[in-house]
Ligand binder design. Structure first.
Ligand SMILES: Cc1ncc(COP(=O)(O)O)c(C=O)c1O
Length: 383
């Protein structure tokens, strides 16, 4: 019996290890080592309830969750006494939470989100019964501001709930907060709530010189960030918002000895520990270096494709390289994400230049692109 279990596990280990080597289409940092905190996985850790209310139940990691939240509060420039947040099960839960708060504050508000928004935004509208207006996107995946302005003008009697994409799922596009704020001012909208879906770029943009800075120094109301860039063996994320908004929705639950302020009841107590460990060991400087390297490597991949005249696109400050969908063999091998005629590689920490070169060489072979000897003379132009 034990022998069969061991065999099955060994086989699964092999499969996962192999699949991790060739994983390029989805935004997961696979360069992680959490061996040091592995021993905690033999304990139950449940952070049920509010991260700031100490329950009688002792098997939780609130101390670590609070420290993680303080890091993000500083990164997103919101004072300690004004913010609230929690470690979520991922970007989706953060989005659901932000939109739920918006609905609680503006029950008759309309949710506006672009065509390129993640499907969790439309799901939030359905779950919470919110009127939802989809805004057209531009070719690069960014919101079409003229269309937004037009529909807000038509509905100017109702509060506005905006989902702002800080890095879209497929094209890595960033919606322009300043343009959206200008539209709200132009139409004299006083009641509005801005939720930022910063699932991936939320841990990249704050570290890049010259990148658009989306934080609480501007009138945003919540931000959802996924744990994908940090890298975690368990899906997770962080949501941040203003304390005053959460105070509007909280209720005390005697049974758990805590406040019911989160979407889920039981909450993973290991993920705060994982994020805390990542922040402690890599620090602000470590993440800044990783973010810059990923962006540079994405530019490198983009240049390699352009050089071979392979149709491709890369948004500014993005690590998502979009290109014409290649053959199924490559899609399967590299686990590329596809949509219509397009595929993408998200250049995470585990996609280094060597891997990029391997992928490009295979693409050249499979798609019959220009051989190396014919483009080498063009190399000096690309730095
Ligand atoms: C823009 C965006 N928002 C939200 C999500 C959902 O995040 P998660 O998978 O962590 O729930 C994703 C996932 O890729 C995403 O790309």
């Amino acid at each position: 019996m034990l022998d069969t279990v061991s065999k099955e596990l060994a086989l699964f280990w092999q499969q996962i290890e192999q699949r991790s080597q060739f994983h390029a289409g989805y935004p997961y940092n696979l360069n992680c080592d959490y061996t040091h905190i592995g021993k905690f996985f033999n304990f139950l850790l449940n952070n049920a309830g509010d991260p700031y209310v100490e329950p009688d139940f002792g098997l939780h990691s609130r101390k670590f969750e609070q420290e993680v939240l303080s890091f993000f509060a500083e990164l997103y420039k919101i004072p300690e006494n004004e913010f609230w947040g929690y470690v979520t099960a991922g970007g989706t839960e953060g989005n659901l939470y932000g939109i739920l708060l918006a609905r609680e504050i503006y029950p008759n508000g309309i949710l506006y989100s672009s065509q390129d928004s993640h499907y969790s935004i439309a799901k939030a509208a359905r779950l919470f019964g919110i009127q939802h207006q989809v805004i057209n996107s531009q070719a690069n995946g960014e919101m079409n501001y003229e269309h937004l302005s037009q529909v807000i003008r038509q509905n100017s009697q109702q509060p506005v709930i905006i989902n702002l994409n800080i890095g879209t799922t497929v094209k890595g596009a960033i919606d322009d907060l300043d343009k959206v704020l200008e539209i709200l001012t132009r139409h004299q909208i006083k009641d509005y709530y801005i939720h930022c879906d910063a699932a991936l770029s939320g841990m990249i943009l704050p570290f890049l010189d010259g990148a658009p800075q989306v934080n609480f120094q501007k009138p945003i109301d919540s931000v959802a960030i996924s744990g994908k860039f940090i890298g975690s063996p368990l899906p997770c994320g962080v949501v941040l918002t203003k304390k005053k908004w959460v105070e509007k929705v909280e209720t005390m639950i005697e049974y758990i000895g805590s406040k019911d302020t989160t979407i889920l009841g039981s909450r993973n107590g290991h993920t705060p520990l994982i994020i805390w460990y990542a922040l402690q060991t890599r620090g602000y400087e470590g993440f800044a270096k990783e973010a810059k390297t990923c962006i540079q490597n994405a530019q490198y991949l983009f240049q390699q494709l352009k050089l071979r005249e392979y149709p491709c696109m890369l948004n500014k400050f993005s690590n998502t390289v979009v290109f014409q969908k290649p053959c199924q063999k490559l899609i399967k091998k590299w686990q590329l994400a596809t949509q219509g005629n397009w595929a993408h590689i998200i250049v995470m920490q585990n996609i280094d230049r060597q891997k990029i070169d391997t992928f490009v060489n295979e693409l050249v072979l499979q798609e019959g692109l220009m051989p190396e000897s014919e483009y080498l003379h063009l190399q000096p132009a690309l730095t």
